[in-house]
Design a protein around this ligand. Structure first.
Ligand code: ADP
Ligand code: LRH
Length: 482
């Protein structure tokens, strides 16, 4: 039996989980959970990386003796080290406004089609390439590390970037499966502005999920030294997709948390004009798979409403069940929903701008958010199938949002396929499974890992209900007929 600690940093909470893996055994126990989110200081949104580190260390203490540690987190963000290995500045949150207008500036110099041909990545204004193009500290940087790599560096002293997370930077060549020297050189030549010519040197060699990063250092954290830190699918979504309890290939997934990551698992990237125009991403998965998906704004909009209202989620969801269907619809991916702020007010403004009466009650607002998400899922799942030429029989919903019964039912209704909901802690499970395999557990491939998740976790099934014509009408109301 292997006993491992999974550090899983989501955009709304971090957790340290204890995993046990053996023949027919996959157990997960939460040992420590802590708040995470944007912290504004000096007009910039940051991650409070040192508090996160302190909480991780606290959680690792609480986990007790383990065979190894693995770390995953949200994607795209990074820390820069100076020549002596010190962190330059606090990592900036991807929702910070420093990237406003940067994507447009970079795309004026590197055409979108060229970028897509190399990286296969969805255009999001906060992709690392755009953040680095707006990064004042780049000239002083000796090393670029993504968030899980930075935590691993502090624990082990070893430098490297894990491949699934590197694939979200838009500086990674999805076919060559390595950093794109060409794009990095263009960044250095000033695609966005301020990078020095020698910028390629700051990007460390890539690690594969399953590689041993190094052993924990003896230091003032008081954690036992000598325990290996193992690279996992360090992009949380890559780890989550490992734990999709699918049987076979005809499935789509929604990794449902702060973001909803909606798509398919493929053997190779789809780099067609159609995929680019529909803004699909080809992120790197564990075992060389491709996560062909789109970021949908997700439960972030609801989280921000909840923050402003100070309301309990259960009460809000109960009120949403009672609210009338299809009263108001929004495009959850509208740019005004990206930054933190007064989301209920923005929701109302969005409704007015789109000629709709704003929701009158909180229940109606929540219903509007959930129905609109379900419609965005429907559009994404259907276009993923068409573009990748893949049929889907089932939609797996994993992550915290899989506990939202109303959203799961609306998703099944909107997409017209059964939804299987769970596991909730998919990222942590994927993290644990990849560590266990690296330690010698006989889990030869993703199919074996998924079979173990299936046999050890119960899922909840939602069959499509209601009238499909209502969803057709709602879709054409929201997105126009396509
Ligand atoms: P992240 O990893 O991005 O921080 P999680 O996977 O932890 O996100 O999911 C967080 C989301 O899960 C919350 O925004 C909330 O909407 C949803 N959630 C958490 N618990 C419940 C619950 N008991 N019922 C319904 N939804 C829930
Ligand atoms: C989800 C996630 C997603 C990224 C976003 C920045 O936590 O990693 O896959 O696009 O955060």
């Amino acid at each position: 039996m292997k006993r491992v600690a999974a550090v899983d940093l989501g955009a709304s909470s971090g957790r340290v989980m204890l995993g046990e893996v053996g023949a027919d055994v996959l157990r997960l126990r939460e040992v420590h959970r802590f708040w995470n989110g944007p912290v504004e200081a000096d007009g910039t949104l940051h991650w409070d990386i040192h508090t996160l580190y302190r909480e991780i260390v606290r959680g690792l203490h609480q986990a007790g003796p383990v065979d190894s540690v693995g770390i995953d987190s949200w994607a795209v963000d990074y820390g820069l080290l100076d020549r002596s290995g010190r962190l330059l500045g606090n990592p900036v949150h991807y929702r910070d406004s420093r990237t406003d207008g940067v994507m447009e500036r970079v795309l004026a110099q590197v055409p979108a089609a060229e970028l897509y041909a190399v990286t296969g990545l969805q255009q999001l204004p906060f992709n690392t390439i755009y953040q680095l193009s707006a990064e004042p500290l780049l000239g002083e940087a000796a090393t670029f590390l993504m968030i899980p790599d930075l935590i691993a560096y502090w624990l082990t002293g070893e430098v490297g970037v894990e491949r699934t997370n590197a694939s979200t930077t838009q500086l990674y060549d999805v076919l060559a499966r390595d950093w794109s020297d060409e794009l990095i050189a263009r960044l250095g030549a000033g695609a966005g502005g301020c990078a020095p010519a020698g910028v390629r040197g700051i990007f460390p060699a890539l690690r594969e999920p399953g590689d041993v990063i190094g052993d924990m250092l003896p230091d003032q954290t008081g954690l036992a030294s000598g325990i290996p830190v193992i690279a996992v699918g360090s992009h949380d979504t890559a780890s989550a997709v490992v734990a999709v309890p699918a049987d076979g290939e005809r499935f789509a997934y929604i990794s449902s948390g702060t973001w909803s990551l909606v798509g398919l698992e493929l053997d190779s990237p789809v780099l067609t004009d159609e995929a680019r125009e529909a803004n699909f991403t080809n992120e790197g998965g564990v075992d060389g798979r491709i996560r062909f998906l789109r970021n949908v704004m997700g439960l972030w909009i609801l989280q921000e409403c909840q923050r402003v209202w100070g309301d309990d989620l259960d009460n809000l969801l109960r009120a949403a069940v009672e609210a009338p269907p299809f009263a108001v619809l929004i495009d959850p991916d509208a740019p005004e929903f990206l930054a933190p702020g007064n989301m209920p007010e923005r929701l109302d403004e969005h409704c007015v701008r789109t000629g709709q009466e704003p929701p009158r009650t909180r229940g109606a607002a929540v219903r509007c958010i959930l129905e609109s998400l379900a419609l965005a899922y429907r559009r994404t799942v259907r276009s993923a199938q068409t573009i990748a030429d893949r049929d889907v029989d089932v939609l797996h919903v994993i992550g915290g949002g899989s506990q939202n019964e109303l959203l799961c039912q609306l998703t099944a209704d909107a997409c017209g396929v059964p939804v299987l909901a769970g596991p909730v802690e998919a990222s942590a499970l994927g993290n644990v499974l990849v560590q266990a395999r690296a330690l010698g557990e006989p889990l030869p491939d993703l199919a074996a890992m998924r079979a173990l998740v299936r046999s050890t976790h119960s899922l909840r099934r939602y069959d499509p209900q209601g009238k499909p014509a209502d969803w057709d009408a709602a879709e054409s109301r929201l997105f126009g007929t396509r």
